[in-house]
Design a protein around this ligand. Structure first.
Ligand code: ADP
Ligand code: MG
Length: 513
């Protein structure tokens, strides 16, 4: 495979059948590039950007994003990874690798003079059947199944370096707890809005020090030195009003002719600001988060009243604060009332890696939480964050779809077995395409096996045999045990949705190319 074809410079204009072959070759080449990262024993890749920035990762989507692929067929492969990432947040490498294999097998079929439309038709039939089979193979899971959710989170992080060992268990617990806290029941369905799990990363410390804050971590310091740094049982006002006197009138001229008038003017301004602060204090608030600015004088009065205050808080954080504390965002000071206040067990300014941040924590039943990701270097923090994102995505998909399957290549192996039987039922030329599709799926266990150094052919033969058996559907590649094993028994489970989406986008892109 000529790597140059994928890169911006070496593009030629080719037509018809040749174009199709080139597209297939490029798509396959892209898949080959990230194939070796698959699974917990997959290899990391190091990428150096034109500016010299270095990214070391095992994340398929990240690698493809950094690669700057220009060829249209290559771009389509990148799109699969992006879709997979946005739809389910995990399974990016899987989807691209399967697509690559579907393409390669399609090329073989074209070589044996099977028409493209027959191949496409066969692949479509196979995908549709695979969806049905997956639905049947999947087992139920609910938001209350903490143990299984933690297994899913843990497997999703598996291939990231930080995910190995105890780090994985610690992060999996945090992620599941976070997902459970933001989950809401609506019309009998569990809805999880991932945006309400705020991720904040700070270099320093260790991945094991990553923590879940039952509330919001606001990247702002307390505005005035005289204010308390910590308030317990906080009553929190959320304001979208500036505590400033507007001086916006163009050319407003004030004629002041005596020192008395000057004092009177300043007094007046001070009085107005004090009036504003009084309204905040009167509501009973002991903490104030303001989306806008706060005048020095107002800060002084807030400080005298002992109100812990942060200003210029981001809008997105204000929304999260509202969800976490149960407080209401108020846009007119006169409206501020005790019942608008939110609550938190503790609000405290703390220093994290030399930066002051405000922790709003111990919220009761918060509908927004924060995961503060730690790690000793930038690379580790970044990769830990990607691991957490994958775990959140996997856990969320599992709950929303309500089903899980076993990993380690077991479910695709089972699908392959079932699809081969289906191919015979369908018959005709399509049969060959469906068989090719089934064979293509085996690339996943094959690649996982290769990452362990086991013999791929022996393993596949063994797996095929196991799956022919009545209760062989859980058999896959036991990567740490270095053998074929029952994936359910060793807790390798994954959301059904990851597999569904992966197969769907892989076959879609194959059709397009
Ligand atoms: P993707 O980007 O597709 O999620 P990963 O590198 O995360 O790629 O690898 C996912 C694959 O690795 C899945 O097929 C999953 O079942 C498998 N896997 C993850 N952890 C294990 C494990 N401990 N044992 C066997 N297979 C595993
Ligand atoms: Mg993954």
């Amino acid at each position: 495979m000529n790597g140059q074809q994928v890169l911006p410079e070496g593009s030629n204009r080719v037509l018809g059948r040749d174009a199709q072959r080139t597209n297939i070759a490029v798509g396959y080449a892209v898949a080959q590039m990230i194939k070796t990262t698959l699974g917990p024993r997959g290899m990391d890749k190091m990428m150096v950007s034109e500016l010299g920035d270095i990214t070391i990762t095992n994340d398929g989507a990240t690698i493809l994003k950094e690669m700057n692929i220009e060829h249209p067929a290559g771009k389509m492969m990148v799109e699969i990874a992006k879709t997979q990432d946005s739809e389910v947040g995990d399974g990016t490498t899987t989807s691209v690798v399967i697509a690559g294999e579907l393409l390669r097998r399609a090329a073989d079929l074209l070589d044996s003079d099977i028409h493209a439309s027959t191949i496409i038709n066969g692949y479509k039939l196979a995908t549709a059947r695979a969806m049905l089979e997956l639905q049947a193979i999947g087992e139920p899971i609910k938001i209350t199944d903490t143990e299984n959710l933690e297994k899913i989170a843990s497997v999703a992080m598996g291939s990231k370096t930080v995910g190995v060992g105890t780090g994985k268990d610690v992060l999996a617990k945090l992620v599941v707890s976070a997902v459970k806290q933001v989950a809401e029941q609506r019309d009998g369905k569990t809805i999880i809005d991932k945006d309400y799990i705020k991720l904040e990363k700070k270099k320093g410390g260790d991945v094991l020090q990553t923590q879940l804050i039952s509330g919001v971590l606001v990247d702002k310091e307390v505005v005035h030195l005289g204010m308390p740094k910590k308030v317990s049982n906080a009553k929190i006002a959320l304001l979208d009003v500036a505590l400033e006197i507007e001086k916006t009138e163009v050319d407003a001229r004030i004629n002041i002719s005596s020192p008395e008038q000057m004092t009177a003017f300043l007094d007046q301004e001070e009085k107005m600001l004090k009036g504003m602060v009084d309204k905040v204090v009167k509501s009973g608030a002991t903490v104030l988060f303001c989306q806008k600015g706060i005048d020095d004088v107002a800060q002084h009065y807030l400080s005298k009243a002992g109100v812990l205050t942060c200003r210029r808080v981001k809008k997105s954080d204000m929304e999260k604060l509202s969800r976490a504390t149960g407080g209401r965002m108020v846009t007119t000071l006169d409206d501020l009332d005790a019942k608008d206040l939110g609550h938190a067990g503790s609000v405290e300014e703390r220093k994290i890696s030399g930066e002051q941040m405000t922790f709003v924590e111990q919220c009761k039943d918060p509908k927004a939480v924060t995961i503060l990701v730690r790690g000793s270097t930038d690379h580790i923090v970044d990769e830990a964050e990607r691991a957490v994102v994958d775990a959140i995505g996997a856990t969320t998909s599992a709950v929303e779809e309500g089903k899980f399957v076993t990993g380690g290549g077991s479910v695709v192996m089972e699908l392959a077995t079932r699809l081969r039987k289906y191919a015979v039922e369908v018959g005709g030329r399509e049969q060959l395409a469906i068989q090719a599709y089934a064979d293509a799926l085996e690339v996943i266990p094959k690649t996982l096996t290769e990452s362990t150094g086991l013999d791929a052919i022996d393993t596949l033969v063994d797996l095929r045999h196991k799956h022919e058996q009545k209760d062989g559907k859980y058999y896959g590649v036991d990567i740490y045990g270095l053998k074929v094993g029952d994936m359910k028994a060793i807790n390798i489970i994954e959301p059904l949705k990851v597999k569904k989406q992966a197969l769907q986008s892989a076959s879609e892109v194959t059709e397009m190319i």
